[in-house]
Design a binder for this molecule. Structure first.
Ligand code: SAH
Ligand code: SF4
Ligand code: F3S
Length: 480
């Protein structure tokens, strides 16, 4: 029997996507996935380096894995630990110095080599040695060309990475160093993968990139395409109901992309557009390449194109040199825009980034106080936005079972989690679905309600989710 592996994903959605691709690669090489770390002979941690806390978590997890390992310290019988992703890229061999149990360190652009690296470690172990494989270069041949073509284990809402890396170099951010230079996949490769996802059960595709709206992949004629054009092609795939994309940068929010929200029904009315700060002085110091007023103008244009669009953002508080006045301007921007949801973080100095060197670092207590004030405001806006949904009938794509028996959880077009019971109406809702294109596993989950797009009447709103009542099925898979 093939050895069992376990993958844990930290950080952003691109890591979730990478973990899925790694899992497919491992299965193709004869390994078997398990859901419990204690059952695995191979443990893969797909790590994130964005803030200190995220990176440090990896080391405490390695410690826990070592403590749980029943097999004592014999190298041949202890689990093989592979550190992949952004911490691997940023820290390289240093990881093995700090955590000697680790045998593989591999950056986010190199994981196509994982089965070969495992093989090499096993050879070393057979010879009585500890294995050591470190791959942190940025290969010229893209990993995508070397991964299995057919996607498996596809969820109703699937991720698809179309762009990698970043050339923006915001002064606080490690991504340009961990993911490398910006790179867009060719349009045909993306469409091939998207069709594959749809025929394997995806109803919604989220196009991913650290700078997704800077996408400039080549089309079949060798011409540069853009994200708006790509969204149109993806939306045209029969059987696909929804397209999303994340994460966008304000600088690349083109008119064509804004228009896509007006003209393409499958392009969901939700946009995650990080602003980081409301102060021009801080935006400049962050090297964000946009001003507060640029951001507000984009918001206005988006709302003109799609009045109901739900906006989300990222904020950093306590960036070096941030004064009370700068911070007030961030609060003011939040009041002006009113976000449907948002993520906010205390500034974390990262090794190798320019702003970590700055003298005017802000104290932990000031950061905490600012974060609490910002989050209170953001939470109020989120609650207000959710409450506007009460009484409305929203299309919900069900993605998984909820905590209660018969309860399903899906997403509204605005990205809100929606809980609803499908069961009481199941017979009423039962129609002959055209699920001939799905394999047996997908048929089963589809019949339980997962993967169905339904009209749901919203009856309750909480800060983080909505509750609703099933109204009707919104057509079968072939009716996009
Ligand atoms: N590519 C995206 C986001 C990348 S990281 C963009 O351009 O916006 C996700 C978020 O983490 C960022 O938007 C930022 O808010 C936060 N972040 C990045 N580096 C950080 C740091 N050093 N300290 C605190 N938050 C950080
Ligand atoms: Fe990081 Fe800025 Fe690039 Fe986003 S745009 S990934 S925040 S450097
Ligand atoms: Fe983290 Fe790397 Fe994503 S640093 S946020 S996992 S790109």
């Amino acid at each position: 029997m093939g050895k069992r592996f376990y993958i844990k994903s930290y950080g952003c959605q691109m890591n979730v996507y990478d973990s899925e691709r790694m899992s497919e690669l491992m299965c193709k090489s004869g390994y078997k996935p398990v859901g419990e770390v204690t059952e695995a002979e191979i443990i893969i941690l797909n790590t994130c380096h964005i803030r200190e806390k995220a990176a440090e978590k990896v080391y405490s997890d390695i410690g826990r894995i070592r403590a749980q390992s029943k097999s004592g310290s014999a190298i041949q019988t202890s689990p093989l630990i592979a550190i992949v992703g952004c911490v691997a890229q940023a820290e390289g061999e240093e990881i093995i110095r700090r955590a000697p149990a680790v045998e593989i360190v591999m950056g986010p652009q190199s994981y196509q080599n994982l089965p070969a690296a495992i093989h090499e470690v096993e050879e070393a172990r057979r010879a009585g040695n500890k294995g050591k494989v470190i791959i942190t270069d940025f290969p010229t041949k893209s990993k995508f060309e070397q991964l299995p073509g057919r996607r498996s284990g596809v969820q109703p809402s699937a991720f698809l990475t179309i762009q990698e890396g970043c050339d923006k170099f915001c002064s606080f951010c490690v991504v340009p160093y961990t993911r490398g230079a910006e790179f867009s996949r060719p349009v045909e490769d993306i469409l091939f993968e998207a069709r594959n996802l749809v025929s394997n059960g995806a109803q919604e595709i989220t196009l991913l990139g650290q700078n997704v709206n800077a996408f400039h992949g080549l089309d079949v004629e060798g011409q540069k395409s853009d994200l708006a054009t790509l969204i149109k092609h993806i939306a045209d795939i029969e059987g696909l109901s929804r397209v999303r994309y994340t994460t966008s940068h304000p600088k690349d929010m083109t008119e064509a992309l804004i228009e896509a929200h007006r003209t393409i029904p499958e392009c969901m009315p939700y946009l995650h557009l990080p602003v980081q700060s409301g102060s021009d002085r801080i935006l400049e110091a962050m090297n964000r390449q946009h001003t507060r007023s640029d951001y507000i103008k984009i918001v206005k244009r988006l709302r003109a194109a799609r009045p109901d669009i739900a906006l989300s953002s990222d904020f950093i508080v306590g960036f070096p040199g941030e004064t009370d006045d700068d911070f007030e301007q961030t609060l003011d921007l939040v009041r002006e825009v009113s976000f449907a949801q948002a993520y906010s973080f205390k500034y974390s100095p990262r090794p190798g980034t320019p702003s970590a060197e700055k003298k005017e670092q802000i104290s932990e207590s000031v950061k905490s106080e600012r974060l609490a004030r910002l989050q209170t405001l953001l939470k109020e806006d989120q609650m207000k936005f959710n409450q506007t949904m009460i009484g409305r009938v929203l299309p919900v794509l069900f993605e998984r079972e909820g905590r209660e028996v018969g309860q399903l959880v899906g997403r509204s077009p605005y990205m809100q989690a929606v809980h609803a019971e499908l069961h009481p109406d199941r017979e009423r809702g039962r129609i002959d679905y055209d699920n001939s294109a799905l394999d047996e596993d997908h048929c089963e989950s589809y019949n339980s309600g997962i993967g169905r797009l339904c009209a749901v009447k919203i009856v309750k709103a909480g800060p983080n989710s909505l509750a609703g009542v099933f109204e009707s099925e919104l057509g079968d898979r072939s009716a996009a």
